[in-house]
Design a protein around this ligand. Structure first.
Ligand code: ADP
Ligand code: ZN
Ligand code: ZN
Length: 727
């Protein structure tokens, strides 16, 4: 044996593992994948480092590497270092961080070779005579596409053509070649529009700083032309032979967004979202790594794409919470993207109509530059917003008479109406009139939600499903009532009011498949549905030109939440929703139903707008050192036995208390607000500090001690740095 190789293994242990190899250490560059024995399994690991000095440690106990999977490191040095930073910052085991960064097929050990395909190419550009009509057409097509076309592309244009191609091949007019399978590019591009002054200024500012790190917050209301700015910047980067990484939220709007890029750029664009197959994902990832994909558009995990010559990172809807992973490695893609841009010395653009308080704070501190787009690019005016008191006359299912009449007017005028209610299902409560029994989940501290259409009760926290009871399980009466309304009920009520008008419900239940959502969006744009009822899924990014009225059915949920971010999220949601109205030529109107029309948040938001409101919320956070002004870390634990989670966290607290110099405030442990979920009792310990550093120092110092606690191997526990969800 000639070297010892230190390897990251996908397992919860916070360390690398040593293995023996009969190759010299020079064969083991970091970032190479290996297959190794681990316990009773064989796993795929990543080389961290290696050395030849076998005398330094006893090697008799070390196991031998089974297989070397890559000749060249799959993980480039840049990505390798980034993942190490991620592991350190999020205090997460290095092996699991590599897991999170790699496409499934690659982390399972599949070859890192790019897929190839057969293409047809002409042998000479000389003019041909004496050919059959079909053969002549093929030659003409291949002359136009001198770099070759695959069978499918030829068939698409000329119909069945295989036999003619074979004849041409026999005449040595065309040849078949193997070539790396590349993403297709659009042949006919749509023309670019002339940027307005604000857009041009944004593009120029970023462009002028392209050779060093700079962060830009592009704030512009929906429809102000942010996407257009991204497209122009991307175009310029491509002309400069650079790649562009674009992150988008994890919702159904990918298709529309990607389509716009495809129609405008003669570029190889790859998409990394949940709708693509594992094979495609691997191919796209590798293409990006080799510099063969020009633009990568993807959701959260695309931040880990290997990129050979990236020149710019763009994050659209940067405030969106889907950038934060909520289990396993609890990273925030925006945070990682910023670190990555900094290390690469390239600019990053964060775009939003409703920037996060985090990003606004960085602007305030001078770390990001603010670029604003104040006008709607198409000249459409912003809608009028009005609060409607739900204490007033109400028609049914919580729709006030005022909202009802407004819907009626717009429908009569042939327009579309968009209604928001942030609750799926028919009703959130099923209750017995006689004995007050309520349907609750047996696995969670939560109510079961009534889903009428499927005749079930469903828990939205663990997915538990029961048949809809016909009688009270406690007192056997049949006097069961629902309270409150969800999308399904609103849909039904409105269909009752407007029997001749097509009503469409859009939520996670109605659009299970990823592409179903794209179909729905198209259907709406074509005017197929007049009344649209949906969850916040519908609030983002879509361009529905005929929508003239937006109604928010219940805006109160965020006003009284225990979560300190609830008001920020509500302000963002309402602003986004408002942006859906009047995007076309017709003016729009927004009605927001609330029981608290006088609430300060409404006064601020409706009277003074999002920026003012956000500034005020930020000030409140700063006064009490909450993020983004302060730093938080949540340590969570859960177990089937009620006391164990708390007990574990109590031991963690005791460890912290030994040395903590009160720079970090430790709160708890306390049971989570919803203590029981999916059959497990949950508890949490919150670390808070006006600065980031002391929290990390505390964790660095004690994480190993904590990991070695007996209970640490019994309960499920996790560390959440910069948690978004405190509930
Ligand atoms: P956002 O991303 O901020 O919501 P978009 O880039 O989607 O805004 O622009 C909204 C609409 O305005 C789109 O239909 C877009 O084609 C159009 N648009 C954007 N910029 C311009 C411009 N400079 N001139 C004309 N139309 C524009
Ligand atoms: Zn009862
Ligand atoms: Zn449940």
């Amino acid at each position: 044996m000639t070297s010892i190789v230190h390897i990251a293994i996908p397992c919860p242990l916070r360390q690398g593992f040593d293995y023996l190899s009969d190759l010299p250490s020079t064969a083991w560059s970091k970032g190479i994948r290996v297959k190794v024995p681990f316990g009773s399994r064989q796993v795929i690991g990543i080389v961290l480092n290696s050395h030849d000095n076998l005398d330094k440690q006893p090697i008799s106990k070390l196991k031998v590497i089974i297989e070397k999977l890559d000749e060249q490191p799959l993980i480039t040095v840049e990505l390798f270092n980034l993942i190490q930073w991620v592991s350190h910052y999020y205090h997460h085991p290095i092996g699991e961080c590599f897991q999170a960064a790699l496409p499934k097929k690659l982390r399972q050990g599949e070859s890192a070779e790019l897929l190839t395909e057969t293409i047809w190419k002409i042998t000479s550009l000389k003019k041909e005579d004496n050919l059959g009509i079909k053969q002549q057409k093929i030659i003409d097509l291949l002359v136009q596409n001198a770099s070759g076309l695959n069978q499918q592309q030829i068939t698409q244009q000329l119909g069945q053509s295989r036999s003619s191609l074979i004849s041409l091949e026999n005449k040595q007019k065309v040849v078949q070649q193997q070539q790396i399978k590349l993403p297709s590019t659009t042949q006919i591009l749509s023309t670019a529009c002339q940027l307005n002054d604000e857009q041009q200024c944004a593009v120029d500012t970023v462009w002028s700083q392209r050779s060093s790190f700079s962060a830009h917050l592009l704030q512009g209301i929906t429809g102000s032309g942010k996407t257009e700015v991204y497209i122009h910047l991307t175009q310029q980067m491509l002309a400069d032979n650079k790649q562009v990484l674009i992150l988008i939220p994890e919702i159904g709007l990918t298709t529309q967004f990607v389509e716009r890029f495809r129609q405008r750029l003669a570029a190889r664009i790859v998409v990394l979202n949940s709708s693509i197959s594992a094979g495609e994902r691997k191919q796209s990832w590798l293409l990006a790594k080799e510099g063969l994909a020009d633009v990568v558009i993807g959701t959260r995990s695309a931040v880990f794409t290997s990129l050979k010559k990236v020149g710019l990172i763009i994050i659209d809807e940067e405030h969106d919470s889907s950038y934060k992973q909520q289990d396993g490695l609890r990273y925030h893609a925006r945070n990682i993207a910023l670190v990555r841009a900094k290390r690469l010395s390239i600019p990053i653009v964060l775009g939003s109509a409703t920037p996060s308080l985090e990003s606004l704070y960085h602007v305030q501190q001078g770390r990001y530059k603010l670029l604003t787009l104040n006008k709607r690019a198409t000249g459409a005016s912003l809608p009028k917003v009005k609060m409607v008191d739900t204490a007033g006359p109400t028609a049914n299912s919580g729709i006030t008479s005022e909202l009802y009449q407004a819907i009626q007017t717009q429908i009569a005028a042939g327009n579309q109406v968009l209604l928001f209610i942030n609750r799926r299902g028919f009703a959130p409560v099923l209750m017995c009139h006689e004995c007050n029994w309520q349907a609750t989940c047996s696995h969670c501290d939560a109510r079961m939600i009534v889903h009428h259409r499927r005749h079930i009760l469903m828990c939205h926290h663990c997915g538990f499903i029961q048949r809809l009871p016909q009688q009270c399980p406690q007192c056997k009466t049949t006097d069961l009532n629902t309270y409150g309304a969800g999308t399904e009920q609103i849909e039904q009520t409105l269909q009752g009011y407007f029997p001749d008008t097509p009503v469409l419900r859009i939520d996670r239940d109605s659009t299970q498949r990823v592409n179903a959502f794209a179909d729905v969006v198209k259907y709406i744009q074509q005017g197929g549905a007049k009344i649209l009822v949906g969850t916040q899924m519908l609030a983002k990014g879509h361009d529905f030109h005929n929508v003239t009225l937006v109604g928010v059915i219940d805006a109160d949920q965020g006003l009284f939440s225990a979560d300190f971010r609830a008001t920020e999220v509500l302000a963002q949601l309402i602003t986004q929703v408002t942006g859906r109205a009047g995007r076309g030529k017709k003016a729009g109107k927004v009605l927001i139903q609330t029981s608290q029309p006088q609430h300060q948040l409404w006064q601020d938001l409706i009277g003074k707008g999002y920026s003012y409101t956000a500034k005020k919320l930020l000030q409140q956070r700063q006064e009490i050192s909450l993020p983004p002004a302060g730093s938080l870390c949540m340590i969570r634990a859960e177990d089937k036995q009620q006391q164990l989670a708390i007990q574990f966290l109590t031991e963690v607290l005791a460890i912290f208390n030994q040395h903590n110099q009160q720079q970090v405030m430790v709160m708890g442990p306390v049971p989570a607000i919803m203590e029981k979920r999916a059959g497990r009792y949950r508890a949490q310990l919150l670390l808070s500090s006006p600065q980031r550093k002391p929290i990390h120092q505390l964790l660095d110092q004690y994480i190993d001690v904590i990991s070695r606690l007996k209970l640490a191997r019994k309960v499920r526990w996790s560390i959440d740095i910069d948690p978004l969800d405190l509930m």
